[in-house]
Structure formats: C-alpha cells, structure tokens
Design a protein around this ligand. Structure first.
Ligand SMILES: [Zn+2]
Length: 92
C-alpha cells in the first residue's frame, strides 16, 4: 500500500505519492540596478524608480522588484520548466 502524502505538483496538480520522484524548486526574481545618475537622494532604490516611472504604488513596486515562489514539481513539469528557462527566449 502506497502511503498518500497529499503532495501535489505545484504546476499540474498531479498527485506525488511517497514512492514517486519529485523535484523541489525555489525561484526568485530580483530587480537590480547597477548605475543611476538622477541626482535624487533615493536614486539607488529600484522600488523608487519603478514607482516614479510606471506610476505604481509602493506595494506594487515592491512586488515588481522582488518576486519569489517555491514548490514541488513532477518529472514532466520539471522538464518543461527547465526547457523553458534554458532553451527559449523569454518573450510574450
Ligand atoms: Zn506536474
């Protein structure tokens, strides 16, 4: 009898029983800025730049500058994610 872990693939929701191989992932996207010459006191803060350029609230700017997620993937979703990240240009 296979023990039911209740674990599911974060992407496709497939059940991941205790006997199956699964893949834990963590992904963070961090906005960075190397050089800026506006003369503004807060010029080094990318959140301030986003707020002023894109008319975002400070909460929206914060989530633009730092976004992260984590979970577990089945083998098929792991392959798709690795293909997507490694082999294709990121465009719409
Ligand atoms: Zn999956």
């Amino acid at each position: 009898m296979v023990k039911d872990t209740g674990r599911m693939c974060t992407s496709c929701a497939r059940e991941l029983p205790a006997t199956s191989l699964y893949f834990r992932f963590a992904l963070a996207i961090q906005g960075e800025l190397d050089v800026l010459d506006t003369g503004a006191a807060d010029a080094a803060d990318p959140r301030a730049i986003l707020e002023s350029m894109a008319d975002l609230t400070s909460e929206e700017a914060e989530s633009e500058v730092h976004w992260e997620t984590a979970g577990v993937l089945c083998g098929a979703c792991r392959r798709r994610l690795v293909d997507w990240l490694g082999a294709r240009p990121l465009c719409h």
